[in-house]
Design a protein around this ligand. Structure first.
Ligand SMILES: C[S@@+](CC[C@H](N)C(=O)[O-])C[C@H]1O[C@@H](n2cnc3c(N)ncnc32)[C@H](O)[C@@H]1O
Length: 395
């Protein structure tokens, strides 16, 4: 029997409300309240235990939720509530291990107990949060958490050493960079590309609604992974033709996906493999009004590499009126009060790829060094802004 008030699995599987419909002032007030609540325990609890909550307990909880994501427990609960023994029976995992992970996770608000608590016979079910660990949820974060768990987390163990020596923590851990590492692991690479599709989905609606895409007839998505944003954009704006550009092995997988999922757009799209450091492989602008987009690309790279990518792009756009839209975080110069998710992403980039999140001034300087002029920053609802620029033509 379900606890009264817990929605059914079917109801939980529905996508949430479109964030772009929430009025700005309400969204801002919600974000400010979130920041206040995040800091509230600092004023209420003794400092030592509070610090341990932040530095140790938060990690215990995070690792547990990610392990449950890797193990696919939310998927297994899709057919109905189960005890850890029942889960072990269908998976051959350790029942006591599952019980202990689910106990901590449920106490953290992810998963719920269904019926009485009876030790190993306690049955667990999905709740509002754990449902997003289901692979088939329209807003699933499972792939993203799997990428963190499988490919990123070990690099964090080298964070202090990396800061001490100035070397990249990921390199210290794996002896190679993230992109070569993922290229050598096709299964992980697929999970990563699906994870990127989720990230894209979470900002898609606001980015589609809050920019005048109707002024263009072609869009080129640089480093567009499997192209889910491109497909959404082309669906919303039937006048747009599209080019998806990414590494050759990503494009090979994207071809299969586009055949299956976006067959109706096939006549309007080119899928092109290449290297965004090599301007000769970047799709050239053709006649007409073209917009290039780069979503969550430059934060993966340090300033030197980012300038190289921008210069290669600038050479493809030379002599045209094309615009470049960069979707990235823009962090405040004055950081007390800044959202910790943005500053957390910045340290994540430091650990994984020597990348960084940037302030408005840093974006302006980077674009200028790469041969672009910043036009405007659209602070779209949600985390990522849209930074519009164009090639700075020399007089
Ligand atoms: C963080 S993901 C962003 C994906 C997508 N734009 C999004 O927002 O979901 C970075 C993308 O850059 C691609 N990439 C990395 N190095 C590349 C290179 N040298 N040339 C082309 N694409 C590259 C990766 O394959 C990946 O799809």
């Amino acid at each position: 029997m379900l606890w009264p008030g817990l929605p059914s699995e079917e109801a939980l599987m529905r996508p949430g409300p479109d964030p772009s419909t929430v009025p700005w002032p309400l969204l801002k007030a919600g974000m400010a309240l979130g920041r206040f609540l995040e800091l509230l325990p600092n004023w209420m609890l003794p400092a030592g235990p509070q610090l341990l909550q932040l530095a140790a307990v938060a990690q215990f909880k995070a690792q547990t939720i990610k392990a449950l994501a890797v193990l696919g427990i939310a998927d297994m609960l899709g057919s109905g509530p189960k005890s850890s023994q029942e889960l072990a029976d269908v998976s051959a995992y350790s029942a006591p291990g599952l019980y202990r992970l689910l106990r901590l996770s449920t106490a953290s608000g992810v998963f719920a107990v269904d019926g009485p608590v009876k030790g190993f016979e306690t049955r667990f079910r999905n709740n509002k949060l754990s449902i997003h660990l289901r692979t088939d949820h329209p807003e699933s974060v499972r792939h993203l958490l799997m990428t963190f768990a499988n490919d990123c987390d070990s690099a964090w163990t080298k964070l202090a050493e990396g800061v001490k020596t100035g070397e990249e923590p990921f390199q210290l851990e794996h002896g190679t960079d993230f992109w070569k590492y993922i290229k050598d692991r096709p299964e992980n690479e697929k999970i990563f590309s699906h994870a990127m599709a989720y990230q894209e989905k979470s900002s898609r609606l606001t980015h589609i609604k809050e920019y005048r895409w109707d002024q263009y007839d072609r869009v080129v998505d640089i480093g567009g992974a499997y192209g889910s944003f491109l497909a959404s954009l082309m669906t919303a704006f039937p006048q747009l033709n599209g080019t998806l550009f990414d590494m050759p092995q990503v494009i090979e997988n994207a071809k299969v996906l586009w055949k299956d999922e976006h067959a109706n757009l096939a006549g309007r799209v080119d899928l092109v493999g290449g290297d965004f450091f090599d301007s000769t492989t970047i799709p050239r602008d053709t006649e007409g009004k073209t917009v290039y987009i780069m979503r969550s690309i430059l934060h993966d790279w340090n300033d030197e590499s980012s300038v190289s990518i921008l210069k290669a792009l600038a050479s493809a756009l030379k002599g045209t009126q094309s615009k470049l839209i960069i979707n990235e975080l823009v962090i405040e110069d004055v950081f007390p009060g800044e959202m910790t998710v943005k500053l957390g992403m910045d340290v994540h980039m430091l650990a994984i790829c020597s990348g960084k999140e940037r302030t408005k001034h840093e974006w302006e300087a980077l674009l200028s060094q790469g041969g672009f002029r910043l036009n405007q920053i659209y602070a779209a609802k949600g985390l990522q802004s849209m930074i519009e620029s164009e090639v700075a033509h020399k007089p």
